[in-house]
Design a protein around this ligand. Structure first.
Ligand SMILES: C[C@@]1(CC(=O)O)C2=NC(=C\c3[nH]c(c(CCC(=O)O)c3CC(=O)O)Cc3[nH]c(c(CC(=O)O)c3CCC(=O)O)/C=C3\N/C(=C\2)[C@@H](CCC(=O)O)[C@]3(C)CC(=O)O)/[C@H]1CCC(=O)O
Ligand SMILES: NC(=O)c1ccc[n+]([C@@H]2O[C@H](COP(=O)([O-])OP(=O)(O)OC[C@H]3O[C@@H](n4cnc5c(N)ncnc54)[C@H](O)[C@@H]3O)[C@@H](O)[C@H]2O)c1
Length: 191
């Protein structure tokens, strides 16, 4: 089955990252753009991970992972260099209702996967290769990033305001559709 692309609201979600090395850092950096309700557990934390923990006042435990530690978290990321621990954390989370688990080495044990993404104001573009090539996802993101002007932030602010003032209906739909079309067309003229 293919992955369903969705944007999740993290406001009331608690996140656990198990691991404090390079991959935990990557996942933490991405998650911090959307939430600060993040707890970390690891035997050792890299200096960069520790710096982000301090900067964002995150809760952390410097210890070996123990069964039961994932209980109560909505989202669990197993970012350790230990396949059997990743597997064990995934099966542990099956006992907890509604916990989503991501194992960084074992895609079959991922309830969701991280996309590469571009964020410019209210615009988010997420890219996935369904796990076929994370390197392609990363480099394609860089390619797309250069095609999107930073004026998109102001454009979205403007249309957001228009959508609250103009009455709903066909006229508004057609007006907003043309405005978006013309704005995107203007990119090729600018370059
Ligand atoms: C997009 C991104 C988002 C993020 O991390 O937030 C992301 N991986 C990134 C980078 C990256 N990862 C890897 C490389 C080395 C080159 C290569 O292998 O291609 C690079 C490139 C680099 O680091 O330069 C190796 C790797 N990755 C996974 C495995 C395990 C496996 O394949 O079984 C291995 C093998 C480990 C090994 O070889 O030992 C698994 C996953 N990685 C995913 C996401 C999910 C699928 C995404 C998709 O749909 O494509 C998935 C399935 C699970 C998940 O992690 O959620 C982020 C780029 C962000 C950015 O920069 O914008
Ligand atoms: N999904 C991805 O995007 C992706 C990308 C590259 C690599 N990987 C995979 O991610 C895994 C982690 O890579 P890394 O570079 O972060 O490794 P790393 O060595 O930098 O970090 C591993 C971390 O796990 C912690 N750890 C190990 N066993 C533990 C335990 N029992 N309890 C608590 N903490 C424990 C260590 O203290 C360390 O903080 C590797 O197996 C690698 O193959 C995944």
């Amino acid at each position: 089955m293919a992955y369903f692309p969705a944007f999740l609201k993290f406001d009331d979600k608690s996140i656990l990252i198990v691991g404090g090395g390079y991959v935990a850092l990557e996942k933490l950096e991405h998650l911090l753009n959307f939430s600060s309700n993040i707890t970390l557990i690891a035997r050792d934390f890299s200096d960069k991970v520790k710096a982000l923990i301090d900067e964002n006042s995150l809760t952390y435990f410097k210890k070996d992972y123990q069964i039961g530690d994932a209980k109560g978290f909505d989202i669990v990321i197993a970012a350790i260099d230990d396949f059997s621990l990743q597997e064990s954390i995934y099966f542990e989370t099956r006992d907890y209702n509604n916990t989503l688990c991501n194992c960084v080495d074992l895609q079959k044990y991922c309830d969701f996967i991280f996309p590469a993404y571009i964020k410019k104001g209210d615009l988010t573009v997420a890219i996935s290769t369904s796990g076929s090539s994370p390197a392609f996802a990363k480099n394609f993101k860089e390619y797309l990033k250069n095609l999107i002007p930073s004026s998109v932030e102001d454009f979205l602010k403007e249309v957001k305001a228009l959508r609250t003032t103009m009455p709903k209906g066909r006229e508004r739909m057609e007006f907003l559709d043309k405005k978006a079309k013309d704005y995107i067309k203007s990119w090729s003229k600018d370059s």
